[in-house]
Design a protein around this ligand. Structure first.
Ligand SMILES: *[C@@H]1O[C@H](CO)[C@@H](O)[C@H](O)[C@H]1NC(C)=O
Ligand SMILES: *[C@@H]1O[C@H](CO)[C@@H](O)[C@H](O)[C@H]1NC(C)=O
Ligand SMILES: *[C@@H]1O[C@H](CO)[C@@H](O)[C@H](O)[C@H]1NC(C)=O
Length: 349
């Protein structure tokens, strides 16, 4: 097309583009797209989708909801589309040394579709026999369960998505950790778990999901938690900060039967290099594989995804309602800025 040649030549003579780019344009000039048309292609941000709020820190004088103690938000005029520049990108891998993921958060459900879960087995405070198989049962609400992508190649590669009813499409994990003492004051090490399982089926189709702990557990004091994830394994994102938790945890103990010998359970102190669940290879190095830090393969099958496990709740930690509490299941876009110190603002208008 003449337009392409003309612009290309102009830019080239102005020293703005190099010959390789011009040759690229010449090749593409045989198709019907102009240079300007090409800028509307998928690799460019559609300007209608720019979230102008991201260009403000939230601390500009007169901003709704402003309060002493708040941090300034990072800003970007273009949705942080190049946020990961110069960093190792996640690119579908579980990278234990950390990485930067540039995929959008995706579709956020309405408040009437927020996920909730309760562990129905074991019960809080239960005492189970050692080395004996048991089920972890979880009743979920508003999770379109049993959907998971390849965790080795597609970890965090696509946004959270909703089904036709507005529920998050995803899956649930259960993770069991040995607490030492039941009322420990020490946060358990997230890289170590006694049992981990992604529940990759839809259970009874009514939200009741189950994982069997084959072989049971050795004697000890344990915490079992759900970790509910979207299809690409990211923690689920919710529409409002002030809400009930999407996950549940309960604590239980396991006791050796009188006169029994040493525990035979294999479910003890598992970590990311030793895991019975098919949650994909964990990348030990920088995900680059070309520098000798290949994916850890320990000959025991699949590695775990113990990393990033507790990243849930995104913005829930400063007690501020961005949206008020929409009573009628309708998210109210007006920030009311008045819900403070955990007091739910009921009207949100
Ligand atoms: C990936 O490997 C290439 C080739 O060895 C190297 O040039 C590059 O710096 C590596 N990237 C990272 C993020 O380490
Ligand atoms: C786990 O639950 C399933 C389905 O209800 C049941 O068939 C199975 O016997 C249970 N397993 C154990 C170890 O309780
Ligand atoms: C994970 O467990 C294996 C086998 O028990 C052990 O050799 C390894 O050091 C552990 N790794 C970490 C990070 O704890």
């Amino acid at each position: 097309m003449f337009t392409v040649f003309f612009v290309g030549t102009l830019l080239a003579s102005a020293g703005l583009i190099d010959g390789a780019f011009l040759r690229h344009l010449e090749v593409r000039s045989t198709d019907r797209r102009s240079l300007f048309g090409r800028q509307d292609q998928a690799s460019c941000l559609n300007k209608d989708l720019i979230q102008s709020a991201s260009d403000l820190t939230g601390q500009e004088p007169g901003t709704d909801g402003i309060k002493p103690g708040q941090a300034e938000s990072e800003t970007d005029a273009n949705n942080f589309i190049n946020f990961c520049e110069g960093q190792e990108i996640t690119n579908g891998k579980q990278i234990t040394t950390g990485s930067c993921n540039g995929i959008p958060m995706g579709k956020i459900p309405a408040v009437g579709n927020m996920i909730s879960a309760v562990i129905t087995n074991p019960q809080q405070g239960a005492q189970l026999p050692a080395d004996t198989a048991f089920n972890v049962s979880v009743q979920t609400a508003h999770l379109n369960a049993g959907n998971f992508v390849n965790p080795t190649t597609n970890y965090y590669t696509a946004p959270q998505d909703l089904d036709g009813s507005g529920d998050i499409i995803g899956h649930c994990h259960v993770t069991v950790q040995d607490l030492g003492s039941m009322n420990t004051n020490t946060p358990p090490d997230p890289t170590t778990f006694a049992f981990f399982k992604g529940i990759d089926d839809a259970g009874n189709g009514k939200g009741l999901l189950q994982a069997v702990v084959d072989g049971g557990l050795p004697a000890g004091n344990y915490r079992v938690c759900t970790m509910i994830a979207a299809q690409n394994h990211q923690p689920v994102a919710m529409p409002v900060a002030q809400r009930g938790a999407q996950d549940d945890c309960i604590r239980f103990s396991v006791a050796a039967a009188a006169g029994s010998g040493l525990s035979t359970s294999t479910n003890k102190n598992k970590n990311m290099t030793q895991n019975q669940d098919q949650e994909g290879f964990v990348q030990a190095g920088n995900g680059n594989n070309s520098n000798g830090h290949a994916a850890e393969k320990n000959g025991q099958g699949n590695n775990g995804q113990g990393n990033n496990a507790q990243a849930n709740n995104g913005q829930a930690d400063n007690g501020q309602a961005q949206n008020g509490q929409a009573k009628n299941g309708q998210a109210n876009g007006q920030a009311n800025g008045q819900a403070q110190n955990g007091q739910a603002q009921k009207n949100g208008h």
